[in-house]
Design a binder for this molecule. Structure first.
Ligand code: ASP
Ligand code: MG
Length: 417
């Protein structure tokens, strides 16, 4: 017997038929003798609708009431799934975040989970053999007694946090893809599904735009060592043998992965813009005078590259920001022109950041150099480079995105046979 958390996203509970399909997935695990807690998202599109309603009511709204409204999507699916399970003869009940309780911070709209009391759920397993169906995405700020939500995509985080709280053997994330791929299969048809990926690698992939799971859920999985299994809810429940490993990707501690490739995956993001500040003075305080105002404006700066000045007098400083913040970032730097002191701004909006990720890089030299050579051979110019222990990122012209990703994918042996 194992204890499982099963999480189903919006497309997996999109209508009553899909909810019945979920119930059959749950039944399969219950019949195999497992204790099961299910976490559900709102039905596909519902949260967007609720957010629109709130904005229509007032653009400047009380975030606590925003949470009261948007949390309702998950309340509906938790009740519906409990009903569907009961119809299959499986004891089940729904739990809202406040009923467990899942205690959160008071950052309404993007609250953090502080504490979950898993005891009532474990008791329900033992005493009533009851499946717990939990509304994802929501909790309660205990001091004020108000409902709080965890930010878009937050049901993933609910599921992983819950798995940690009830000491589940595994947290299964059922979604509309059958796992985590070496890169986006829509861009690289030879992309391969990974059997396993280390938390750290997945954290990079998720932060860099592989939108399989909310980033915070991976952080939590890493902290509490929750084994997370990404799999498809579109496989027919009857075709799956609960005693054999199904298709999917296990996100786990790197010590659980025996055969490490040097590179695990390639992520890319076209939502980047580049700003180069030309001829700033080469003296203490210049970087602070640029990035201070950007931070105050809540603009997330990603890559930062500063050249070594040739004469000790002036230098260039290049950085990237999310494309959506480009105009604001440019204006912010322009406004601070007096304090910063620079000759001009050179900008580029049609850029793409390609990142090569793998914990194997820690113990292998020359991984990035091979990549640079391969791109040069294809005539691709690199605008900026950043590196960390387990990844390197390159900024290139967006027009070369597909060529660059495919080239690197082949180079590092990621193509499927
Ligand atoms: N329903 C919420 C959203 O759409 C949470 C989730 O699906 O994870 O963002
Ligand atoms: Mg999601």
């Amino acid at each position: 017997m194992a204890r499982l958390v099963m999480k189903f996203g919006g497309s997996s509970v999109a209508d009553i038929d899909r909810i019945r399909n979920v119930a059959r997935h749950v039944k399969r695990e219950v019949d195999a003798g497992h204790e099961v807690a299910v976490v559900v998202s709102a039905m596909k599109g519902e949260t967007n609708k609720l957010v629109d309603l709130v904005r229509a009511a007032s653009v400047l709204h009380d975030q606590r009431e925003y949470d009261a409204v948007v949390a309702s999507g998950e309340q509906v699916t938790s009740g519906l799934l409990a009903i569907a399970l009961q119809a299959l003869g499986i004891p089940a009940r729904s739990w809202q975040g406040w009923q467990i309780p899942i205690k959160t911070s008071d950052a309404h709209g993007s609250a953090r989970i502080l504490d979950i009391d898993g005891a009532p759920l474990v008791k329900a397993f033992a005493e009533r053999n009851e499946v717990a169906v939990i509304a994802g995405f929501q909790g309660i700020h205990a001091e004020s007694g108000r409902i709080a939500t965890l930010g878009r995509g937050g049901s993933d985080t609910s599921a992983v946090a819950l798995a940690a709280a009830i000491k589940a053997d595994r947290c299964d994330i059922y979604t509309d893809v059958d796992g985590v791929y070496t890169t986006d299969p829509r861009v690289v048809p030879k992309a391969r599904r990974l059997d396993k990926i280390a938390f750290e690698e997945m954290l990079e992939m998720a932060s860099l735009g592989a939108k399989v799971m909310q980033v915070r859920s991976i952080e939590l999985g890493m902290t509490h060592n929750v084994r997370i299994f990404v799999r498809s809810s579109f496989d027919a429940p009857e075709d799956i043998d609960p005693h054999r490993p199904p298709p999917g990707t296990l996100i786990c501690d790197e010590t659980e992965i025996m055969e490490h490739e040097v590179v695990t995956g390639i992520a890319f993001s076209r939502d980047e813009a580049q700003i180069s500040v030309r001829n700033v003075e080469d003296k203490p305080g210049v970087a602070a005078s640029i990035f201070g105002p950007l931070a105050d404006a809540n603009i997330n700066v990603d890559m930062i590259v500063q050249n070594v000045s040739p004469d000790g007098k002036t230098t260039d400083l290049t950085f990237t920001v999310p494309a959506a913040d480009f105009e604001r970032a440019k204006a912010t730097v322009e406004t601070a022109r007096e304090t910063i002191g620079f000759a001009r701004l050179d900008v580029a909006e049609d850029v793409c950041k390609v990142s090569v990720i793998g914990v194997g890089m820690r113990s292998h030299a020359g991984v990035a150099a091979r990549g640079f050579r391969a791109l040069a051979d294809r005539g691709i110019n690199i605008r900026a480079i950043t590196t960390s222990e387990i990844k390197f990122s390159l900024l290139i012209d967006a027009a070369y995105t597909e060529l660059a990703v495919r080239t690197l994918h082949t180079l590092y042996g990621l193509d499927k046979a």
